[in-house]
Design a protein around this ligand. Structure first.
Ligand code: BES
Ligand code: MN
Ligand code: MN
Length: 475
């Protein structure tokens, strides 16, 4: 009898689920807008009450959707919301990961409407409208799709397998407490596959599934010259100017081919085969459209690689911020005592973030001219990850996209980083399926972040099919 019941449950058509989603679209949108009104900025301590309140709100929404065993798990930082619905221990379990924290809204002056007062507006790329708010795409909007897809399957009695949720609040600041949580909760997090919507796809009519993420090594550097700020007339030309030196040192980190000059930097980089590169080149890319969208007349990057390659399978080194000296109104003639920069290095398999940080540190100290001292402070990092396209999870995701988009999705490696993906593999032995529905043009981390309504709804519609096909394929 049990077997028969199982069989019926696992061959669900998801028709009732889809009808439920269609009927509740308005409410699904309103609920997301409410969630976006809470400024859950994890990087800024002055928002801590809001971040905590968002965790409670997520827990509440999970409960309302039909999840059980809801827990707001305290950590040394912001809490992790856990919930599950175990319908039958013999069925597979999907662990859904997402994050409820968001990036700071700064620079707030560049937003067309306030970052935490969501509005829906049409854009060229989103003719059906897009939600403008910090976190709309990264990641509240994408995370909430899972809660609504789950609600739809629960209400229609079409949930085909077990599901667990782990929604954290520190992704944008490096997930520093998630590692301990995962280490201490292997049993609780036991699953067959991890499902994450925190990436993007190529275009609304070109669905794609992310099959790789870059790693990250992030350092802050300080160059100190004389022990105090100096008059640039009295001392100019006579001492090392930390800002000049910083500019020179940073410029020397790339050669004329835009390759990174740190010795050993490329040693562990896995080069793709010609076949793999040819496969990658099949994904549509227009350099002209790319430049037009950014108002630039030419692209720039490592010689010998295409723009999509430079942005995904190749490592990078970029200054993210650089300051020092006088930056106020007018002119002040001064040689600053100190110069600062923040530098990110995006890594690819098999580069190791700690090793790269060490290589950077050694090199940066070595190239410092006499007359200055340098200090390198490492920040959070993360390992790169690639996911196979021959797994059951990938097939299920691919079939789900094909069902809702009417097209087979293209596997694409992304340039962004989600360090926990490599950690899940190490700690739990689980591969992650990255079903992201954002677009690169959605301005995540920037002013006017937005998320298309098409993308939000299509995500909610596609997720239940992943559950269906995954349950059917695991046998
Ligand atoms: N969701 C992004 C990562 C992302 C976005 C990957 C789009 C692929 C496509 C995530 O929230 C993020 O911003 N990650 C950070 C790294 C983290 C350690 C702060 C990043 O990539 O800068
Ligand atoms: Mn994210
Ligand atoms: Mn982010």
């Amino acid at each position: 009898m049990n077997f028969r019941l199982l069989y019926i449950k696992r061959k669900l058509l998801m028709n009732k689920t889809q009808a439920y989603i269609a009927k509740n679209k308005e409410r699904f949108l309103e609920e997301l807008l409410d969630l976006l009104r809470i400024p859950s900025v994890s990087a800024d301590i002055s928002f801590s009450a809001d971040v905590n309140r968002t965790a409670e709100e997520v827990a509440k929404r999970l409960t309302e959707a039909g999840a059980e065993n809801i827990e707001i798990c305290q950590t040394a930082g912001y809490p992790i919301v856990y919930a599950d619905k175990i319908i039958d221990r013999s069925l597979p379990t999907v662990l859904v990961y997402g994050h409820y924290d968001v990036q700071p809204a700064d620079p707030i002056g560049l937003w067309d409407s306030p970052a935490f007062e969501p509005v829906v507006k049409e854009t060229k790329i989103h003719p059906q409208g897009a939600i403008f708010a910090r976190g709309a795409c990264d990641d509240k909007g994408q995370m909430y799709m899972h809660i609504k897809a789950f609600e739809a399957m629960m209400r229609t009695d079409e949930l085909p397998c077990n599901v667990k949720f782990m929604i954290e609040g520190e992704e944008e600041v490096g997930s520093s407490n998630l590692g301990v949580f995962v280490k201490n909760n292997h049993e609780k997090l036991k699953a067959d596959v991890i499902l994450v919507s925190d990436t993007g796809m190529l275009a609304n009519d070109v669905p794609s599934i992310t099959t790789g993420l870059r790693g990250l090594s992030y350092v802050e550097v300080e160059v100190t010259g004389p022990n105090r700020d100096l008059h640039s007339g009295l001392y100019g030309g006579c001492v090392a100017n930390p800002l000049n030196v910083m500019a020179q040192m940073i410029a020397s980190l790339h050669d004329e081919n835009n390759r990174i000059t740190i010795p050993g930097f490329y040693d562990k980089v896995i080069e793709l085969s010609e076949e793999e590169r040819a496969e990658m080149a099949k994904a549509p890319f227009s350099k002209e459209d790319y430049c037009d969208a950014l108002d630039i007349d030419e692209v720039m990057g490592e010689a010998g690689y295409s723009t999509p390659e430079r942005g995904s399978i190749r490592p990078t080194l970029d200054v993210n911020g650089m300051w020092g000296g006088y930056i106020g109104e007018g002119a002040k003639t001064v040689i600053a005592s100190k110069a600062y920069a923040k530098i990110s290095m995006r890594l690819v398999p098999d580069q190791d973030p700690e090793e790269i940080t060490q290589l950077f540190l050694t090199h940066f100290e070595r190239i410092a001219p006499s007359g200055v001292k340098v200090k390198v402070t490492p920040h959070h990092g993360g390992e790169p990850a690639v996911t196979p396209i021959d797994s059951i999870g990938y097939h299920a995701a691919s079939m789900a996209y094909e069902k809702t988009f009417g097209k087979k999705p293209i596997p694409v490696r992304s340039g962004g980083s989600i360090p926990i993906v490599a950690m899940f593999e190490k700690e739990l032995g689980l591969k992650t399926i990255l079903m992201g529905f954002g677009l690169d043009s959605d301005a995540i981390h920037s002013p006017n972040e937005h998320y298309g309504l098409f993308n939000y709804y299509r995500g909610i519609e596609t997720i239940p099919y992943f559950f269906k096909y995954y349950s059917e394929l695991v046998d």
